[in-house]
Unconditional design. Structure first.
Length: 421
């Protein structure tokens, strides 16, 4: 799994692939559950306000000065939303934000899209437009020249498509193109109280939806049946479902499942990995339980993963490299006889990933990651164990770093018989 770039909706696609075709009778039952006893939990959620966005720009400009960057160029996506409030999809027509080291940002928009763009623009900004027969990067270059920034390095946000800085280099020969990671990551990795509050609401919704769904799992259901119930509950509770991956039996031996369709049966593992968004901020929680009575090996592996979660949580300390959390898991699991390293049977993926506006954000809890843990950083904690041909167990709860150490968004379960507190 790459450290630097993450594709929105990735797990939603994987969930659909893992679920594959479903039985009509199961679909009908799952698609129309009685949700009368569920109520919206998000009515008190406070959106990100103008003061918060102003502080984000102030922070970005301070980091630009610190790293000698004259401006940062951003495409549609979570970083554009983070800094400007603009919600926009990517297409061949470039819509760009230019954050200068001083002064108001500039939004470069297709001429005919300006009215629609302004509907979500949430900050004071200069707007410059380009016509269909014009070069949008020439407009960016013009803004940089007007602000006397043309000779200073331009930082490119890490998900920007190649053709944009390439066109900028043609529009502004001699431009020094650099990574904007010190600025954008420097802002987004450290969540504010307002962001943490939204992530907490999203997590609370997911946990409530889990509790409701768990009681309605029936023999013969497919993963897609269960996921439909989970999504319906999440919506009624006020969240927007982001993904609902449900793996049954042997499918759980593979972190994102397979194309095969499995049905709930007595003694079968059910692994659920689900999340939602509230005001754009995400949750990510996994639970593993057994339909009916759990066997001896299932209990043993569940307990080992539970211990793994606690070990990772204990290893997350302010000032330590993020990779040290993953190293603690590798050592524990190798002592259990798994691995070594990422080999199977064992944990074939990183211990955790960053989370916020994106379900997966930099940085990761993965071997070799040197970024130091700091207050405000948020991560998943999901050191699963997978035994090919048999089953897998994943428990996942997210936490955020405080001055005193890590703090859970959701408390881990206590036993395989009590998957939800």
């Amino acid at each position: 799994m790459p450290n630097s770039r993450f594709l929105p909706g990735r797990r939603a696609i994987l969930a659909a692939a893992a679920a594959a075709p479903l039985l009509a009778s199961g679909a009908a039952r799952a698609a129309e559950p009685d949700l009368a006893d569920l109520h919206d939990m998000t009515t008190g959620a406070v959106p990100i306000g103008a003061d918060e966005r102003r502080r984000r720009l102030d922070r970005a400009q301070a980091l630009m000065k610190q790293h000698g960057i004259g401006a940062v160029l951003i495409e549609p996506g979570s970083s554009l939303l983070y800094f400007t409030g603009i919600r926009w999809g990517r297409s061949e027509r470039a819509l760009l934000a230019v954050l200068p080291v001083e002064g108001e940002p500039c939004i470069v928009s297709p001429y005919f899209e300006e009215p629609r763009m302004r509907e979500t623009l949430a900050i004071p900004a200069e707007v410059r437009v380009w016509q269909e027969d014009e070069d949008p990067l020439a407009v960016v270059a013009g803004f940089l020249k007007d602000r006397k920034l043309a000779t200073r390095p331009v930082g490119i946000e890490e998900t920007v498509r190649f053709f944009i800085p390439d066109m900028l280099a043609h529009a502004m020969p001699g431009a020094k193109i650099v990574s904007a990671n010190p600025v954008v990551r420097g802002c987004r990795m450290i969540k504010t109280p307002a962001e943490l509050a939204l992530m907490q609401v999203a997590t609370d919704v997911t946990i409530a939806a889990y509790r409701w769904t768990y009681k309605r799992v029936e023999k013969g259901m497919t993963g897609r049946d269960i996921g439909a119930i989970m999504d319906a509950a999440t919506r009624k509770l006020g969240g927007s479902p982001e993904f609902s991956l449900v793996l049954i039996g042997e499918a759980a031996a593979y972190p994102h499942g397979t194309q095969a369709v499995h049905k709930v049966d007595d003694g079968q593992i059910v692994l659920m990995d689900c999340g939602c968004t509230v005001q754009g901020y995400q949750s990510d929680v996994s639970r593993t339980f057994v339909y009916g009575a759990a066997g001896k090996e299932q209990r043993m592996v569940w307990d080992q993963v539970h211990r793994g979660q606690q070990t990772a949580f204990a290893a997350a300390r302010i000032g330590m490299p993020a990779g040290s959390v993953d190293e603690a898991i590798r050592k524990l699991y190798e002592n259990f006889g798994y691995g070594p390293g990422y080999k199977l049977p064992g944990c074939s993926h990183r211990t955790g990933h960053g989370i916020g506006l994106d379900g997966h954000e930099p940085v990761n809890l993965v071997r070799g990651e040197t970024t130091r843990l700091a207050p405000g950083m948020c991560f998943s904690n999901e050191p699963g164990i997978y035994i090919p041909g048999k089953f897998g167990v994943r428990l996942e709860d997210c936490f955020h770093m405080t001055d005193a150490g890590p703090k859970w968004f959701s408390e881990p379960p206590v036993s395989i018989d009590m998957p939800f507190r």
